[in-house]
Write a protein that binds this ligand. Structure first.
Ligand code: SF4
Ligand code: SF4
Length: 476
């Protein structure tokens, strides 16, 4: 009797990548990879690689823990996930990080912009590109506070947020609210060109961080991703950020075969910069304006990024890059310490086999509830490096053999993060319910980043479909 050439691991719901209807999907293991296998009545069978490391994929499931609920939900359950965003009461995680888009305008026109932002009024979608008014931004901030109480991380985004004519008034609005940490998601042009802007921004420290686009050292990769040679811009922006020691995360958007060979070099560069506290790697989400992108060739998965980090950076071992419990199959993280000129992964401070056993093993967690809580606390994305300093100090104090350096500060933290957003290819309804990176809609809904760019951003591929669905009465 013949045997199936794969292992059937689980059943879920996904989306047809062509028409975005919800379809049943098998998760199978085959030839070392994890695949979503879907069937659309109209477009037929589709198999999508979602991980190239079966052991790691299995391990992510052991990191799942009960989610934290927001203080309120924003939409009712009517049409089923993902057509009820949100947050609807069926969502399983609060907002670890919430984006507020200040503007649709940008001083770049990147060929890969998920927000379809740009210089011009609008080429491809309906509404003119506008800055949001201060009144609307204030309502959006209030929506996050109403959901979260004391939001852990808010990110000002766009478009290019530093172009907003009232940017510093927005900063004041943020500072007037109980928001613990603020990130500014920027392409760096203004930071490079306007030293006085950086000086003024630095006066809002602590509790702010620049989330700086930093994809490549190579001209052709920058032209393909950003439509411009930004090498000099990046250099000048980093010089200003170092001058004011403005905490910075480098954000690398990855396209398979284009800039994935630079991962180790970017980590090394980051470690040498006074201002840089970490690097975030994000494979391209298939959404928005995506030119010169062939999904079957160019999609890149979290486990491939993790593998590339391990191959290209001598600083990290497999046990150092772990799933983040709030959304383990989409987020991975490594914390390291920069101490006396050396890079020490957090896990390097422990007996590594014990640590690796401890993290995924729920029985041991029960035996060490305090340590478990502190590890979960540390690995939550809502922990910016500032709060992580405190968590690390507490964690290290748990283990008597680990000395806590007396001069240990925020500047000693170095965080590597891998963020893989879901799109119509890798969409898994079990996973999207755990999404903890959200965007505030101008009408006050709080929507997972993943579904916002597929269904809820005006002009997105599924916008008309969901809008029409929501205009009809729900079937009983
Ligand atoms: S993604 Fe979350 S908020 Fe959106 S419909 Fe699904 S459960 Fe509800
Ligand atoms: S990706 Fe960022 S920098 Fe590029 S056009 Fe979009 S908003 Fe601007």
């Amino acid at each position: 009797m013949p045997t199936r050439p794969y292992l059937f691991y689980a059943l879920t719901n996904s989306l047809c990548s062509q028409c975005l209807i919800k379809v049943e999907a098998k998760i199978i293991f085959q030839d070392g990879g994890v695949y979503l296998v879907k069937h659309c009545p109209t477009h037929g069978r589709e198999a999508v690689l979602i991980a190239d490391d079966i052991d790691y994929y299995r391990m992510t499931q052991a990191f799942i823990k009960p989610g934290d609920m927001p203080l309120r939900f924003n939409t009712p359950i009517k049409y089923g996930c993902p057509y009820d965003c949100g947050l609807c009461p069926d969502h399983e995680q609060h907002s670890c990080l919430t984006l507020i888009e200040l503007t649709d305008r940008c001083n770049l026109t990147c060929p890969i912009c998920y927000a379809d932002s740009g210089v011009d009024e609008r080429e491809s979608t309906r509404q003119p590109r506008r800055h949001r008014s201060l009144a609307v931004i204030e309502q959006m901030l209030d929506a996050v506070v109403a959901n979260e109480g004391e939001p852990q991380v808010v990110q000002l985004s766009g478009g290019e947020p530093t172009l907003h004519p009232d940017f510093f008034a927005v900063m004041d609005l943020v500072k007037a609210r109980p928001i613990k940490h603020l990130m500014i998601n920027t392409n760096g042009l203004r930071l490079a060109q306007d030293r006085a802007f950086c000086d003024r921004l630095s006066q809002y420290m602590p509790g702010i961080e620049v989330y700086l686009q930093f994809d490549s050292f190579e001209e052709h990769a920058l032209r393909e991703l950003r439509g411009a040679d930004l090498r000099a811009v990046r250099e000048q922006a980093i010089a200003h950020l170092n001058e004011f020691n403005l905490s910075t995360t480098l954000v690398v958007t990855l396209k398979k075969g284009l800039n994935d060979h630079e991962i180790g070099k970017i980590i090394d560069f980051a470690l040498q910069q006074r201002c840089v506290r970490g690097v975030t790697f994000q494979p391209i989400q298939v959404a928005g304006r995506l030119e010169s992108f062939e999904p079957t060739r160019d999609r890149y998965t979290l486990t491939e990024v993790r593998r590339a980090i391990l191959e290209q950076s001598p600083h990290f071992q497999p046990q150092d890059i772990l799933p983040v419990p709030c959304h383990p199959d989409s987020l991975a993280m490594a914390y390291a310490l920069k101490l006396q000129g050396k890079v020490i992964p957090l896990t390097g401070l422990f007996d590594v086999p014990t640590f690796v056993d401890l993290v995924p093993n729920s029985v041991l967690y029960e035996q060490h509830p305090e340590l478990k809580e502190r590890i979960f606390e540390l690995f939550s994305t809502s922990h910016s490096p500032v709060s992580a300093t405190a968590s690390l100090k507490q964690l290290l104090c748990c283990l008597p053999l680990v000395p806590v350096p007396s001069s240990f500060t925020y500047e000693n933290i170095f965080r590597i993060m891998i963020v893989q957003f879901l799109d119509a290819y890798n969409f898994d309804v079990r996973s999207v319910k755990r999404s903890c990176i959200h965007i505030v809609h101008p009408d006050g809904r709080i929507i997972p980043f993943d579904t916002y760019n597929l269904f809820y951003r005006e002009g997105s591929a599924g916008y008309d479909m969901v809008t029409q669905m929501q205009q009809k009465p729900a079937s009983v």
